[in-house]
Design a protein around this ligand. Structure first.
Ligand SMILES: Cc1cc2nc3c(=O)[nH]c(=O)nc-3n(C[C@H](O)[C@H](O)[C@H](O)COP(=O)(O)O)c2cc1C
Length: 328
């Protein structure tokens, strides 16, 4: 499994349609689902919640929970669905998540976490990984973090995604928790230095290929969230500069393939806006970005948007491509 570059799990963002779209730009990145609570995966509409297109692979299911029996059941379900990895969320600080006793508040309970990880590992053959933060509240201490990782290592986990800022469990909103606590990359680098046998993936605030290259000197991989959601074509730069891929798709080719996917999905009952909402950033930083966004918002974003209107997408795309080529 190659985790040199991963796209972060993001609620309301990295659903199966977004992942299909991202995969059109990147063959080499690892993709993560949104967090799914154990109870939803066990008792909910499993097919709706967990199914994905084979093109999305390799793909990890991220799960939220702290009941070892439920977690091990979901690990098995994930494996049966064809996921390549199951990842436990130990980094989300939201109130709702804390109330259900999963996410970042579990950093306070290393013994419980290692029991959970152990039972997940015993119930499936796919890798079990953990996504956590460098600390929580007033705990931002290397030894605490390292002991936490070592406990999970003893339970059998070898791959850790570490968001390089602590989680404030009280007083900050989830959004503030993604920006206000200071990034501390050095602490993540140190976990790799002290534990060369662990796979350490660094996360938080990474937004250029230069930064990726710098982190890859110290860690096994990087995970990127917002910079890719806001500017999905960044993945093409990553393919070119990090994976040395020579042939990369143009935005026009991506739009064409997405349109084929859209047509197929609409026939199956998917709403146009559920797919197209993820493409707002396709022209990020390009001439025509405003036209693209306006076109989407006028035609594609309503609950009852009509697929027929999507057919005009290629006209907008071709105009944008021409405009951008003229300035090259
Ligand atoms: C809209 C949004 C939703 C998120 N949902 C999740 C989630 O479901 N599970 C998770 O572990 N992290 C979640 N995160 C955190 C990201 O995975 C990532 O750790 C964070 O955004 C920092 O990376 P970045 O600076 O590259 O965006 C979310 C972040 C955002 C912006």
């Amino acid at each position: 499994m190659k985790r040199t570059v991963s796209v972060a799990p993001m609620m309301d963002c990295t659903d199966r349609h977004d992942r299909y779209f991202l995969r059109l730009m990147s063959k080499n990145s690892m993709l993560y689902s949104e967090m799914v609570a154990t109870k939803s995966a066990i008792h909910g509409d499993r097919k709706k919640i967990l199914s994905f297109s084979p093109e999305e692979k390799p793909i990890a299911l991220q799960v939220g929970g702290s009941d070892k029996n439920e977690l091990s059941e979901v690990a098995k379900i994930a494996e049966d669905f064809g996921y390549d990895e199951i990842n436990i969320n130990l980094g989300c600080p939201s109130k709702k998540v804390q109330k259900n006793k999963f996410g970042a508040c579990l950093m306070k309970e290393p013994d419980l976490v290692s029991e959970c990880i152990n039972s997940m590992i015993n119930s499936c053959k796919i890798p079990v990984t953990a996504k956590t933060r460098i600390g929580f509240d007033d705990v931002e201490d290397f030894d605490y973090l390292n002991n936490f990782l070592l406990k999970m290592k003893d339970a059998g986990c070898k791959t850790f995604i570490i968001h390089a800022r602590k989680a404030m469990l009280k007083g900050l909103s989830p959004k503030q928790n993604l920006n206000i606590p200071k990034l501390n990359y050095e602490m993540v680098y140190k976990t790799k230095k002290e534990n060369p046998d662990l796979e350490i993936i660094i996360n938080g605030g990474i937004s250029s290929t230069q930064e990726i290259k710098k982190h890859l000197e110290k860690c096994n991989g990087v995970m990127i969230g917002r910079a890719i959601y806001q500017n999905p074509y960044f993945l093409v730069d990553i393919e070119r500069e990090i994976f040395n891929v020579k042939n990369h798709p143009t935005r026009e080719e991506i739009a064409e393939k997405l349109l084929q996917y859209l047509e197929k999905e609409v026939k199956l009952g998917t709403k146009v806006n559920h797919i197209m909402r993820h493409t707002v950033g396709l022209y990020h930083g390009q001439i025509g970005s405003k036209n693209w966004k306006r076109y989407l918002s006028d035609n594609m974003m309503a609950r009852d948007s009509d697929f027929q209107k999507a057919k005009h997408i290629m006209t907008i795309v071709q105009n944008n491509e021409k405009a951008n080529q003229t300035i090259l």
